[in-house]
Design a protein around this ligand. Sequence first.
Ligand code: ADP
Ligand code: MG
Length: 870
Amino acid sequence: MFNIFKTFEKNELAEAEKTLVKINSLEPIIKNLQDFEIREYINRLTKQYQTEQNIHSILPESFALTREMSRRILGLRHFDSQILGGYVLNEGKIAEMKTGEGKTLVATLPVVLNALTMRGSHVVTVNDYLAKRDEQWMGQIYRALGLSVGLIQEGMDSNQRRRNYAADITYVTNSELAFDYLRDNMANSIDEIVQRPYNYCIVDEVDSILIDEARTPLIISEAQDIPIEKYVIADEITKYLKPEIHFKVDEKLKTITLTNLGIKQAEKLLETKDLYSVNDPWIPYIINSLKAQSLFLKETNYIVKDNEILIIDEFTGRIMPDRRWGEGLHQAIEAKEKVTIKQGSETLGSITYQNFFRLYPKLSGMTGTAKTAEAELQKIYNLPVVVIPTEKPVQRRDLTDLVYRDEYTKWKKIALHCEKLYKRGQPILIGTVSIEKSEIISQLLKDLQIPHQLLNAKPENIQREAEIIAQAGCYKAVTVSTNMAGRGTDIILGGNPEFRAEQQLKSLCVNLVKKQAIKNYNFSNLKTQLNPSRFKKLVYTLQFLKDIEIEQVLRNKAEKPTNNIQKSLRTIFQEFYKYNKYLSEKEKSLVKDLGGLYVIGTERHESKRIDDQLRGRSGRQGDPGMSRFFLSLDDNLLRVFSGETIKTLMNNLNLIDEALDAPALTQSLDNAQKKVENYFYDTRKQLFEYDEVLNIQRLAIFRERRAILEYKSVRPEIISYGEMLMLAFDLAIRTKTKKNLRREKQEIDYLLGLSLDIPMDKKLETPEETQEFLKQQFWIRYDLKEAEFESYSRGLMRLIEKNILLLEIDKNWKRHLQEIEILKDSIRWRGYGQFNPLSEYKKEGYNLFVETIQNIKYNSVYSLMKSRFS
Ligand code: ADP
Ligand code: MG
């Protein structure tokens, strides 16, 4: 069985391997080219693509040129395995490459190739820090090849964004990218738009974005009034409701149900007759408040910062600054934590990552862990996963889980184990599932006097965390980190000399900029091979240093310095680097002998993929390493999903402090994990299927809206909407009784200044005649309106037409989003008995959309005819 699988994978890479041979054979020739000749070569390929439109025919040369330039500029020559990875990425697939295999560099190959189409390549990372790092690092290769590079960062204005999106290659985070998409589709004129049409995209850490974050939709919203006091009152009275007696909690489904007793109690406390009253409903506030108190925990599900509730992503441990829980839950938590309750908001536009990334004609991704989610990636995104073999064999040993009776024992054992390792000097990385848990272990380590670093993935720490994690492989280093803090940063055994040199340079410069007397600087502290007096001289040239120059030097380590200050900075940096390199090489061999980085997992995550990510931080590029999970029966996964059987098993074994090393237990853990994974997969699949309805509608509306922005005039559109309206009148006149025609009568009067009786009275026999008559009346009215506006100012009519149409689209789309939400809810409550809720939702969602479109059209006509200029 296993073998068949293997050969299948081999075949998958067969084409790539053939191309690899070709790429390698180009190397001797390309090696002899001057830099400018390489740039000319790139230009030729661009032209060749313009005529042939065949990306495959320029692939080998483009890859070979990129590799050569990387070798010259960064001193990194793409390994063969990296070429294979690049090939897979260009195919629009997911390349699974282990942590430390150099995915950042792999991306350069398909990125350059696809930029040669002149339609742009996007590289998507999970945070601003990584986007900037990768742009600075890899940007040097692109610029040397004559391509332009852009970077999008939070807080940039739209001009900066537009410029950066226009570059051949753009580095950007998933959230900036998707929010820009939504904003672009709310623009009121073409020149507000910042993105150009999508072409090619590589998503780094693709599983994290397309799976873990896929469930939460991105929303652009507008404030809306809500009854704040209700949240406060609900928060107070729910304190008098008791679990099991007044309400029941389902931890699996994350739901709360009130018992009859609970309903009565709440009604008594609120002095209300009916919690469910239509005019003054209390039930959503009560339920949310109970959820806030029993299912959403501080430091686990959210943190409180600056009077705000910030959500913690349960998978990555990252803070999600702009997200809010919907449907009043966020406000309920605000009430519970006594922070300012923010007004609710109305959605103006929303999209899930699931649907957003499918907008790219060519999408690809890379990560260390995708294979276990292959089915989902294939089914939802149509992205096959190809495993790229590591450059060197993995040497890490994953030891069997140790399971303890309770949490207390578990943490104690972890701390003691750390003490043992620390005394030997072996570096340790401890992963936890929440900030709270990392503080527990941190305290225990403190008690044992083990110095350590604590990382918690709060957004303001990302940069510093990267610096800390980079040194997590040092001798005696102990690092405690929530799940994915520092994701994307390489852990080099013996430490990262480049980071250290940068830090030393920066701290030296800070002192200089502060003019903190160079005199006082202790030069003998700086261990460099330069003699102190020469070094002093160098430093004195830096008297007029500006921050920007440090940035520039660190950003472009390969470019020639442009002035003396930069030249000195460069020399000093190189000195620091050389010395640190020497130190870390020594340290590396020491740490290797100790067994490499020891990764400790403290709880199984809901997804095996995330556990694998943690393990994968050790054993990079063939380094030695170990990993072990310490678990307890109190752990969430065991507690919620595997039931009492295990607990009785443990009790019967009568163990006090010893770990249970029973294969049955591991088996049942694996099963529990599988169960949870499947459960979440189903949720995401369901979200996806439901969202599909709205997605098609969103695409249609956005497409139409964009076209309207681009049109010089929308007169023909509005005229045709008016004509449609006339046909509707005609139909009404012919099918309804006179008594039921009241509304139409008013409207015809209103729009055309005609009484309904006229078309009737004129004894127009055939429907065609009536229709023609109505249309003509409409045209006349329209021309009159136009003449009225144009007499004020030329071109005014065109402007008003366009604005009205855009306004109506936005207004009705906003309402549509609300109605669809309500529809979704109501379908959910209708029970699954006789019909399939999804197809019911599809049907009714479609009807709603037809209605929305019709409203846009008719309302535009009304608004226009109604508008006055005065
Ligand atoms: P990943 O994203 O796959 O975890 P990174 O892109 O962070 O890995 O790279 C890990 C380390 O490998 C970096 O320090 C990088 O300099 C190094 N590296 C990558 N490619 C090469 C190469 N071809 N030759 C030498 N070192 C490389
Ligand atoms: Mg990476």
